[in-house]
Ligand binder design. Structure first.
Ligand SMILES: Cc1ncc(COP(=O)(O)O)c(C=O)c1O
Length: 291
């Protein structure tokens, strides 16, 4: 948390350090809740509709009714952006089951709670992301859809956190998670792309990953640029054979990967990833300034 962080809670905005929720909130006790992270640039949100849509569908999937309308949440976000010290930042929308007596039953919680944090976010402890990050292929596999549908952006991130702990212990920047069948799934907080023989490839949704909003933006960009794009099943050897690799996510934005396990990508790289990254920045500027 930085000193500037703000929080919208109970319809008021306060310094995030002064915002609090009950120790009986089932979000805290059981991870019973859903969230979204979105960025804003030049004072305007990026892909807000898609994030609200996913928040609503995550909430619906766990039988949680949001305590505010989309208009009210949009207004709260606008107020936060206006009061935050910078014209770009990261917003975390969290909806918890709310306060209830001990015991897992969601029926104990009458009123869901919602709060929104405005802060900065760096998803990896790396000073110069443009040099690329290293991925550790974690032993912890992504939990399958049969156990927890990855479409639900829930407050249960322990699966991903365990993978990230492994990456930290291996001295690597981010974890690469495989699914139970050994196919590449995603990073702990991001989706993954490779460029292989001039084709942009990313794990297909049936591999059990979060349907990333940035992933969809990248696919759109590739289509717009006429770059062939495939959603497919990949194994680690496919990544090692690729010309390039990068991660996508709201927090991550687009980050090149320079190393996966012991494999270091050769230089020079193709020109496709710089082109996609440049177009991504253009898209943000266009989306956030022309409103
Ligand atoms: C597990 C996981 N995969 C992928 C992503 C990227 O999704 P998005 O681009 O919607 O932020 C995230 C980030 O929220 C994530 O936590």
């Amino acid at each position: 948390m930085n000193n500037h962080a703000l929080c919208w809670i109970n319809q008021t905005i306060k310094p995030a350090a002064e915002a609090s929720i009950s120790v009986f909130d089932h979000g805290l006790l059981y991870g019973d809740g859903v969230f979204e992270g979105l960025r804003y640039y030049f004072g305007k949100t990026f892909m807000l509709e898609a994030h609200l849509e996913r928040l609503w569908s995550s909430a619906q999937a766990i039988g949680l009714e949001l305590p505010y309308s989309r208009q009210e949440i949009t207004a709260a976000i606008e107020q936060l952006i206006e009061q935050y010290h910078s014209d770009s930042g990261y917003l975390r929308l969290v909806v918890t089951r709310g306060q209830g007596s001990l015991g897992i039953d969601p029926g104990k919680c009458a009123n869901p709670s919602l709060f929104i944090i405005a802060d900065e976010l760096s998803v990896m402890n790396v000073t110069d992301l443009s040099q690329g990050v290293s991925l550790h292929v974690s032993r912890t596999r992504r939990s399958p859809a049969e156990c927890l549908d990855p479409k639900i952006k829930s407050m249960n991130y322990l699966n991903n956190i365990l993978a990230r702990i492994e990456a930290n212990q291996a001295g690597m920047d981010e974890a690469l998670m495989l699914n139970l069948d050994g196919y590449v799934c995603e990073g702990s907080v991001d989706n993954l792309f490779i460029v292989s023989d001039g084709v942009l490839k990313t794990p297909s949704l049936d591999c059990g990953l979060l349907e990333g909003i940035t992933r969809a933006v990248v696919i759109d960009i590739a289509i717009g640029l006429g770059i062939p794009c495939e959603e497919t099943r990949l194994v680690v050897a496919d990544l090692e054979r690729a010309e390039e690799c990068f991660l996508s996510g709201t927090g991550a934005e687009l980050i090149p990967v320079r190393q996966i396990g012991a494999h270091v990508f050769d230089r020079p790289r193709t020109s496709l990833v710089p082109l996609i990254m440049h177009t991504f920045k253009e898209k943000i500027a266009e989306h956030c300034t022309k409103r």
